[in-house]
Design a protein around this ligand. Structure first.
Ligand code: TRP
Ligand code: ZN
Length: 857
C-alpha cells in the first residue's frame, strides 16, 4: 500500500461555480533555475457571502509573502494543506480586493515537465490541465477567465508570454493579453532562441507578426512549420470565418515536452519533433503530422481559447472539435479520401482498442481521479467522429449555421457539451436528446446488417448493440447514420449514397424498383464509429474492392478480405488466394491514386489481427499471427513479383525532395512494394535504397525491412555515425530497432538499447521511442515468457518517480492484456500488480493500473 492518499474521485455532478470573480491577474516573474520568484496580484470580488477563498497550490510553492489590499492577514486565517491554500471568509474585505502573493519555485528540479521547467537551458511552461498551480496560488479551473499582465525578468535574450508585447528592455519584458483566459492557457518562455519570421494580414486587415522560435542552428528546419501556420490561418478564415485576434503569434519548439503541442494563447509551445523538419531528417509522415498539429493548435485559438471548457469533463468540447477541424484542413490540403482512410485506421488502432478494453470511457466522462489520464483517443478522435456524425445528420448548411451560432453565443465563455448540442438544436430544429448518448456512453456499437431480396426490392435489416464497459452494463440504442449505396452486378452504381438513420435496437429499410439484385456498399465514408458485421463472401468483397465508387468502402472491402485471410491463417486454416489475386488487380490500376494503392497494399498490422480475432471470440496467439502475416506477405510478393518490381522502379521520385502529397503518395506506394519484395529478395533492394536515398522516408522504410530480416547492423551503425548529434533522428534510431526487431530478439534488443549512455530516458521523446517501439512490436512485447511485460514494468516504475504523466500514458501498453492466453495473462497481471505495489506511486499511474487490473479480472 502506498503512503499517499489517493485524491478522491472527481464527479461531473459536483460542479459548482467559483464563488469569486477574478477580474485581472498580474504576474511578475524573476527567473532563476533554482529559485524563480513569482509575484502574483489577483483582483477579486466575492460573489457569495461567507465563502472562503480557496486557491490551488501545493507544497512545491515556497510562500514568501501574502497580503490582502497590502495588509498581512492574521495567520490563523491562512490555512495550507498538500494541495491548497485557504483564506477564511473572516479575513476577506467586502467588495473588491487585491490578493498579492510571492512564491519561490525550482524549475531546474522539475522533471515532471508540468508548470515552469527547464528544457536544455530554455525556461518554458506547460499548464494544461492543472500545471498553473505549480507556478503560483490560483483558482486553477478553466471556468475562471481573466486578462493577464506579465512581467518577465531574466538575463536571457528572448522573453515571451501570451498576448501582445508591451515593452522589451534589456533583462525585462512586459506582455499583456487582452483576451480573458483560464490559467491553463498561460505560457512563459525564456531562452537563447532565434526566430524564423513572417507576417500574415487577416481578412479585416490586422497585420500579424509570426515567429517560429528554435535553438540557434535549427532555423533551416523551421520553414515548413511556418508555411503550415500561414495555411492554417488562411483556412480558418475561409472555411469557418475565424480571424486571428492579436498582433503576434509565436510558436516555440522545445525538446522536453510531455505531449505533442500546446495551444497557449498567442504562444504555442511545441515538442520539437512537431516543428523541425528537413528532407534528410524527417519522413513524409512527419511532415504531414507537423502540418496537422500546427493547424490543430492554431485552430484552438477559437475552439478552446475564445470558447473554452467549463470544467475538464468537457475536454472533448475543445479537443473533439479541434481534431475534427484539423482533419477537415488536412483533407483540403491533401487527398480527402486518403485522409479519411488514415483517420479510420488510427481510430481503430487506438480508440477501438481503448473502447474494447478495461480503460473504456465515454467521450465525456462523468468521473475521474487524474484528468491527465483522459487525454485519450476516445476524447480526441472519437470526439471528432461524433461531430462528423452530427454534420452528416444535419447536413453541411446546418453544420455551418450551428457553428456560427456557437461562436456568436459562446465567445468569451467556458461552455459545456449541453451548450454545444443546444446550438445544433436551435440552428437546425433537430432534437438531439438521443444523439447525446454518443457523449455519455462508452463502447463501440456493433451493428449487424442482413439483406433480403424479393421481387425487385431489397430490404436491409440492422440490429445494434453495445457491449458492456466498466461501470456501464446496459447501453440503450443510439442514433447511427449508415451511408449506403447500391452497385449493379456490372459494377455501376444503381443507387447513390443515402444515409439511413438507425434509432432503435432493430430496424429495416427497403429499396424498391430494382431490376436485379444489387451489391450493397455500406458504411460509406465510415459514416459512424461502429463495427459493422455482415455476411459477405470473399468474392463479393473482391467485387467491392474492384468497383465501389466510395473510396473508403473500397479500401474497406480490401481490408476485410485481408483480415478474413489473416484470421483464418492465424488459427491454422488455409486462405488468402482471393486476396492475393484481388490486390494484384488493384495495384496494377495505373489511374488510381498511388497513396490509395499503398494503403490497400499494406497488410493489417499484427495488433489489428489480434483485435479482430478477439472480437470473433478467439484467444489471439501473437506468434501464430506474426507467422501468418509474414506468410501472406511472402505469397503476395511471389505472385506479383514483376508487377511489384515495376512499381518500385516507376514510383521513384526524381529531382529535389518535396513533402507535397503527390510526391509522398508515390514514395508510399514505392515503399509498400519494397516491403513485399523484401520478403523474397533477401533485402537486397532495401540495402541499396538505404545507402542511396536522399530522404528520410525511404531510408527509414529500407532500414525497417533490413531489421526485420535481421540484417540491419550495418545500416544502424551508418545512421548513428551520420546523426549521433541529432536528437530527433536518434529517437527514430531507438524506436525502429525495438519495433522492427524479429519478435524473439525484441526484448533483448530493447534491454541493450536501454543500457546505452545516450538512452536519455528522462526525455519523454527518447523514452517513448524505446518503450513505445517495443510495445508496437506485437509478438515481441507479448513474448510468452513475460519478458516484455517485465521490462516495461521496470521502466514504468522508474519513470513514474520523476514524470508521472509519461509513465501513466505508456502504461497503456498493457491495456489489451485480458484478451491473451492464461500464461500471458498471469505474467501481465503480475507486472501490473508489481507496479501497483510501489510505495508512493503517482495518482496518475495508480489510477491507470488499478483500472486495468479491475477491468481484466
Ligand atoms: N491541449 C493540447 C492539445 O490538444 C494537449 C496537451 C499538450 C496536453 N500538453 C499537455 C494535455 C499536457 C495534458 C498535459 O493540443
Ligand atoms: Zn488539442
Amino acid at each position: 500500500m502506498s503512503q499517499t492518499d489517493p485524491q478522491p474521485v472527481q464527479y461531473l455532478a459536483d460542479y459548482r461555480p467559483w464563488p469569486f470573480v477574478l477580474s485581472e491577474t498580474r504576474l511578475d516573474v524573476t527567473l532563476a533555475p533554482r529559485d524563480t520568484r513569482v509575484r502574483a496580484e489577483l483582483r477579486l470580488t466575492s460573489q457569495k457571502a461567507g465563502a472562503d477563498l480557496v486557491l490551488n497550490g501545493g507544497k512545491g510553492l515556497r510562500l514568501m509573502s501574502l497580503t490582502i489590499d497590502g495588509q498581512q492577514p492574521d495567520p490563523a486565517h491562512v490555512i495550507r494543506d498538500d494541495e491548497r491554500l485557504t483564506i477564511t471568509a473572516a479575513a476577506l474585505p467586502p467588495g473588491t480586493f487585491i490578493l498579492a502573493t510571492e512564491v519561490g519555485i525550482d524549475p531546474a528540479d522539475n522533471t515532471a515537465f508540468e508548470g515552469l521547467y527547464l528544457s536544455n537551458g530554455i525556461f518554458c511552461t506547460q499548464c494544461e490541465a492543472e500545471g498553473f498551480r505549480h507556478i503560483t496560488f490560483y483558482p486553477d479551473r478553466p471556468d475562471v477567465m481573466t486578462t493577464f499582465a506579465v512581467t518577465i525578468r531574466s538575463g536571457l535574450p528572448v522573453l515571451l508570454s501570451n498576448g501582445n508585447p508591451v515593452s522589451q528592455g534589456p533583462g525585462v519584458a512586459e506582455w499583456h493579453d487582452p483576451w480573458p483566459k483560464p490559467c491553463y492557457l498561460f505560457a512563459l518562455v525564456a531562452g537563447d532562441l532565434v526566430a524564423v519570421s513572417d507576417r500574415f494580414t487577416t481578412r479585416s486587415g490586422r497585420d500579424v507578426a509570426l515567429n517560429v522560435w528554435v535553438r540557434p542552428g535549427d532555423q533551416d528546419r523551421a520553414g515548413f512549420a511556418m508555411q503550415s501556420l500561414i495555411k492554417s490561418m488562411k483556412w480558418d478564415e475561409d472555411v469557418y470565418g475565424r480571424e486571428y485576434d492579436l498582433d503576434v503569434f509565436n510558436i516555440v519548439a522545445v525538446d522536453d515536452f510531455n505531449m505533442g503541442a500546446m495551444e497557449n494563447k498567442g504562444l504555442n509551445i511545441f515538442n520539437s519533433k512537431l516543428v523541425l523538419a528537413s528532407p534528410e531528417t524527417a519522413t513524409d509522415a512527419d511532415y504531414e503530422r507537423i502540418e496537422s498539429v500546427i493547424a490543430h493548435e492554431y485552430f484552438h485559438n477559437w475552439t478552446g481559447n475564445r470558447i473554452t471548457c467549463r470544467d475538464w469533463f468537457q475536454l472533448c468540447l475543445k479537443e473533439g472539435l479541434t481534431v475534427f477541424r484539423d482533419q477537415q484542413f488536412t483533407s483540403d490540403m491533401r487527398s480527402a479520401a486518403v485522409k479519411r482512410i488514415e483517420d479510420v485506421q488510427a481510430l481503430r488502432a487506438r480508440q477501438f482498442r481503448e473502447d474494447q478494453g478495461p480503460l473504456a470511457h465515454p467521450p465525456r466522462p462523468d468521473h475521474y481521479e487524474e484528468i491527465n489520464n483522459f487525454y485519450t483517443a476516445t476524447v480526441y478522435e472519437k470526439g471528432a467522429e461524433v461531430i462528423g456524425m452530427l454534420q452528416r445528420l444535419v447536413g453541411g448548411d446546418g453544420y455551418a449555421k450551428a457553428l456560427d451560432l456557437y461562436f456568436d453565443r459562446h465567445d468569451g465563455e467556458a461552455a459545456t457539451i449541453e451548450d454545444w448540442l443546444k446550438v445544433f438544436e436551435d440552428a437546425t430544429g433537430r432534437d438531439l436528446a438521443q444523439f447525446s448518448r454518443w457523449y455519455t456512453d462508452a463502447g463501440t456499437p456493433i451493428v449487424e446488417m442482413d439483406e433480403d431480396w424479393q421481387d425487385g426490392s431489397l430490404t436491409l435489416t440492422f440490429r445494434q448493440s453495445t457491449p458492456p464497459t466498466p461501470g456501464q452494463p446496459v447501453k440503450p440504442a443510439r442514433v447511427i447514420p449508415i451511408a449506403v449505396g447500391l452497385l449493379s452486378p456490372n459494377g455501376d452504381e444503381v443507387a447513390k449514397t443515402r444515409v439511413l438513420e438507425l434509432t432503435e435496437d432493430g430496424q429495416s429499410f427497403t429499396f424498391d424498383g430494382l431490376s436485379v439484385r444489387p451489391v450493397v456498399s455500406a458504411l460509406r465514408g465510415f459514416s459512424a464509429p461502429i463495427i459493422l458485421r455482415r455476411n459477405m463472401d470473399d468474392a463479393t468483397r473482391a467485387f467491392l474492392l474492384a468497383h465501389d465508387a466510395d473510396p473508403f468502402a473500397r479500401w474497406e472491402a480490401g481490408r476485410e478480405l485481408a483480415l478474413s485471410a489473416l484470421t483464418t491463417l492465424s488459427t491454422g486454416g488455409e486462405a488468402g488466394s482471393d486476396y492475393v489475386a484481388a490486390i494484384g488487380a488493384l495495384i496494377a490500376e495505373e489511374g488510381t491514386d498511388p497513396a490509395f494503392r499503398a494503403l490497400s497494399l499494406n497488410l493489417p498490422g499484427e495488433e489489428e489481427i489480434a483485435t479482430r480475432l478477439a472480437s470473433l471470440g478467439h484467444t489471439p496467439d501473437p506468434d501464430a499471427i506474426h507467422a501468418a502475416r509474414t506468410d501472406l506477405a511472402r505469397r503476395i510478393a511471389l505472385a506479383h513479383e514483376p508487377l511489384l518490381g515495376r512499381i518500385y522502379d516507376e514510383m521513384a521520385v526524381t529531382g529535389p525532395y518535396s513533402p507535397d502529397a503527390a510526391s509522398a503518395a508515390r514514395r508510399a506506394l514505392r515503399i509498400a512494394a519494397l516491403g513485399l519484395l523484401g520478403r523474397i529478395d533477401g533485402g537486397d533492394r532495401a540495402a541499396v535504397l538505404f545507402g542511396a536515398a536522399g530522404n528520410m522516408t525511404e531510408r527509414m522504410a529500407a532500414l525497417g525491412i533490413l531489421l526485420r530480416l535481421g540484417r540491419g547492423a550495418e545500416a544502424i551503425s551508418a545512421l548513428h555515425d551520420e546523426f549521433a548529434d541529432n536528437r530527433l533522428v536518434m529517437d527514430k534510431w531507438f524506436s525502429i530497432q525495438a519495433m522492427a526487431a524479429p519478435p524473439q530478439d525484441a526484448v533483448a534488443i530493447a534491454r541493450e538499447l536501454s543500457a546505452r549512455p545516450d538512452f536519455d530516458w528522462k526525455n519523454p521523446n527518447r523514452f517513448r521511442s524505446l518503450l513505445g517501439g517495443l510495445a508496437a512490436n506485437h509478438a515481441g512485447f507479448h513474448a510468452a515468457d513475460g519478458s516484455g511485460y517485465g521490462f516495461t514494468a521496470d521502466w514504468l516504475i522508474r519513470m513514474d518517480a520523476i514524470n508521472p504523466q509519461i509513465a501513466a500514458r505508456m502504461s497503456t501498453a498493457f491495456e489489451t492484456w485480458p484478451r491473451y492466453d492464461a500464461q500471458r495473462r498471469d505474467h501481465a497481471l503480475a507486472a501490473l500488480e508489481r507496479i501497483a505495489s510501489v510505495e508512493g506511486l503517482s495518482r496518475n499511474t495508480r489510477e491507470m493500473v488499478s483500472r486495468m487490473i479491475a477491468g481484466g479480472r
